[in-house]
Ligand binder design. Sequence first.
Ligand SMILES: Nc1ncnc2c1ncn2[C@@H]1O[C@H](COP(=O)(O)OP(=O)(O)O)[C@@H](O)[C@H]1O
Ligand SMILES: [Mg+2]
Length: 223
Amino acid sequence: MDNNTNFTIIKQGAEGRIYKGVYLQKPVIVKERFNKKYRHPELDDTLTKERIKAEARGIVRCKVAGIFTPALYLVDLKRRCIFMEDIENSTTAKDYINKLNEDEENEENKKCIDKLAYEIGASVGKMHVNNIIHGDLTTSNILIKANKIYFIDFGLSHVSTSAEDKAVDLYVLERALLSTHANSDRFFKKILLSYQDNNKKYKEVITRFEEVRTRGRKRTMIG
Ligand SMILES: Nc1ncnc2c1ncn2[C@@H]1O[C@H](COP(=O)(O)OP(=O)(O)O)[C@@H](O)[C@H]1O
Ligand SMILES: [Mg+2]
């Protein structure tokens, strides 16, 4: 990305950079991943590329399943980056919820939050019906634009039929909500209700989920 003046950095993280720019006359987001210096170079290169591939596969698999994701434009393993549609003027679910929570007594705001919980539950239910595990379900990895929700950040996604993997996916989301948002209890309950409406095999997953949660609690108590 070095000699490309067309792009501006919008996020600099430990694992990579996010750029905004134009590619083939379209607004794009470029996600570049670094190799980490302290790891074994060859292993590291493989891991980085696996995450880029996982990202591309997750985006496409979700799209095929009818879940909104950015369009995928280019995967460049050599430059360790991926070009995708810029969901312009979107907000993260995180910012959206925080804004609504500023006035949580407002009935209109409550309705918006409930609607979002419903949408998230429905989409995650659909993902799991299609055996797609997102791997990093947080409110920063969900974008909202014009009443539609888009999922992003699929670097840890994989395909699995196991109820355990789906349960852990839900648990990651619950933990993320608890650590980011007030009133997340009610919000997550709504997500689970909608998840159940959209996933015929939900019972096994929910049972597993309760187990994963108990394991998590025990671990927290021990230290
Ligand atoms: N396709 C996109 N359209 C619009 N904004 C995006 C897009 N992809 C990423 N972003 C923005 O960049 C942030 C980080 O992207 P993400 O894929 O989650 O990378 P990270 O691994 O750094 O979390 C997102 O929270 C969002 O604000
Ligand atoms: Mg992210």
